[in-house]
Design a protein around this ligand. Sequence first.
Ligand code: DCC
Length: 251
Amino acid sequence: MREGLRATLAVSAGFWCALGEMLRSCAARLRMLGALRKDEHWPARNLGPALRWFSSEKDFCLPNPSWSEDLRHLFHQFMKKCEDGSWTYISEKEMLDLQKKASELSFQNVKPMKKKQFPSTLTRNFQEGLGFEYAMFYNKDERRIVCLFQGGPLLQGFPGLLHGGAIVTMVDYSISILSTKTIGFTMTAYINITYKRPIPIGSVVVINGQVDKIEERKVFLSSSVHSADEKTLYSEATSLFVQLNLEKSET
Ligand SMILES: CCCCCCCCCCCC(=O)SCCNC(=O)CCNC(=O)[C@H](O)C(C)(C)COP(=O)(O)OP(=O)(O)OC[C@H]1O[C@@H](n2cnc3c(N)ncnc32)[C@H](O)[C@@H]1OP(=O)(O)O
């Protein structure tokens, strides 16, 4: 009898969780689609606050209701690739740890922000589905990084298309994690990007970054941005990251 009751409660809890997830998913998709509606003046009404206060407890790299089927599909494909250890999933915690360590570095004339004022990195400051939705995977042996990226309506440039600055931001951030994981903290010295095709807002792209060459403190990288089906090459970039000379920057 008690077993039966427990099973009923478990089924019912599962049902409410699934229903809650479904409603959240619909709300996030509707919010994104509402923002994309052509007859709506931008900024769209009823979006709620567009910026979020960052919570370190949540892993924003995991699928959320605003993720499209394409993004979920690619995410699960890459999670499978992680099973043999060749690729590793980069969790939000790992990114936050890097960011925390980075915030401890001292730069000339830069006052570190107080912890309370400290939001996350640019790419995490938007509400779910409205800005940068992404997950990253790292291949240590091949010195590669893959970022699965879905850009939301707040990243609009031309109507319905992603702003080039948002694209290069995501490329830069991905390869900055790659170069940092390869030789320690680095900063972008330059990034040369060629935009070949426009990216529709809400579509999923795959950013591939790789280390081409390391010369002492210099890391040369190349990257590309493709559609999820790999048929369209949207952008290509070459860049130089320089490992921080901490002795110099601490003075
Ligand atoms: C995951 C993290 C999470 C952390 C938190 C999340 C962070 C995400 C951030 C994403 C990435 C960014 O946006 S970074 C932000 C944008 N970038 C910046 O603000 C960087 C500003 N620039 C600088 O601070 C500096 O110029 C550096 C650090 C890049 C380099 O200065 P330095 O350390 O004094 O090095 P320096 O001696 O000048 O140069 C070292 C070597 O590099 C060469 N070099 C230097 N700059 C260039 C250049 N533009 N083009 C060609 N070559 C160059 C020099 O010729 C030299 O070669 P040789 O003579 O040895 O052959």
